[in-house]
Design a protein around this ligand. Structure first.
Ligand SMILES: C[S@@+](CC[C@H](N)C(=O)[O-])C[C@H]1O[C@@H](n2cnc3c(N)ncnc32)[C@H](O)[C@@H]1O
Length: 269
């Protein structure tokens, strides 16, 4: 199996578990709410959004509820099957699905879109994120928006695990060439990117609108318990998060950062 097939199989196998983990997970809900608020600042209501690595469709359904039209794409048929199962009559009208890798955006139906969105690190599976960026002019209308949620190499919460004697997890993002992820008995590479490295991939045809840290001092999305078992501490950390989310370098040191850019191609000649 090539790496793309491995990723598709691993996420298909884990789809049900992925949704179950998100149940009763106020911290992840808070993170997603931050992403929706960020997107709402840059993408007008009613816009047509192309979603990359849409997963089981939590965002597609919510964005449809907020009045957007979403074309949700993902490489893993098992993730898309769960997405399909979530579409009621209302969302069904506003959400379309396509099994498609973000490495082959020339296959995407319905382009161009007003925005290209991707949440919670799906793009960290890209072997070459620059190659995904290079395909955007084929799917994004001039004046359109890119909003991507990406995992950076420095995550304060994970680094703190050094003090709890967990150096493997603490330092995993810093390995040159990325980390080998283990999911459902399969292995693939996850690569981490700083905000400045991602912005540099876009070049002069894109203008940065906003960079926002997501979970700068609150736990990673993998951690469910702090928000429920230590609610006061969690609220204090969330308060600090809100104050650091737009401040460099903190905004690039969380579990994720959200970057939005406007596509403003220069006229050649
Ligand atoms: C951590 S999940 C995130 C899913 C979703 N964005 C969310 O917020 O819940 C990562 C997703 O990336 C998808 N993915 C990984 N490589 C991909 C590729 N080459 N093309 C499209 N999707 C991919 C996986 O199938 C999986 O659904």
């Amino acid at each position: 199996m090539d790496e793309r097939a491995i990723v598709a199989e691993a996420f298909s196998r884990t789809a049900e578990r992925y949704d179950r983990f998100a149940e009763d997970h106020p911290h992840q809900s808070r993170m997603r709410a931050k992403v929706y608020a960020h997107l709402g600042r840059h993408v007008a209501a009613g816009a047509r959004i192309l979603e990359l690595a849409a997963g089981t469709g939590t965002d597609a359904v919510e964005l449809a509820r907020r009045g957007y039209r979403v074309h949700a794409t993902d490489i893993a048929p098992g993730m898309l099957a769960r997405l399909r199962g979530k579409l009621g009559a209302d969302a069904g009208e506003r959400v379309s699905l396509q099994q498609c890798s973000f490495t082959e955006l020339d296959r995407v139906a319905g382009a161009p879109y007003d925005a290209v969105f991707s949440d919670l690190g799906g793009l960290n599976c890209a072997p070459d994120l620059r190659a995904v960026v290079a395909q955007l002019p084929g799917v994004l209308a001039p004046g359109g928006t890119v909003t991507w949620v990406v995992m950076p190499p420095i995550c304060l919460w994970e680094l703190a695990l050094l003090f709890l004697g967990q150096p493997r997890v603490a330092l995993r993002r810093l390995r040159p060439g990325g980390t080998r992820a283990h999911l459902e008995g399969l292995h693939f590479t996850v690569r981490y990117h700083t905000p400045s490295a991602v912005v540099a991939m876009f070049g002069a045809d894109y203008r940065v609108l906003e960079i926002e840290g997501l979970s700068v001092v609150t736990p990673t999305a993998e951690s469910k318990r702090l928000a429920t078992d230590h609610a006061r501490l969690y609220r204090a950390l969330a308060w600090i998060d809100d104050r650091l989310a737009h401040v460099p370098p903190w905004r690039g040191w969380g579990d994720f950062f959200i970057v939005s850019l406007r596509y403003e191609p220069r006229i050649a000649g």
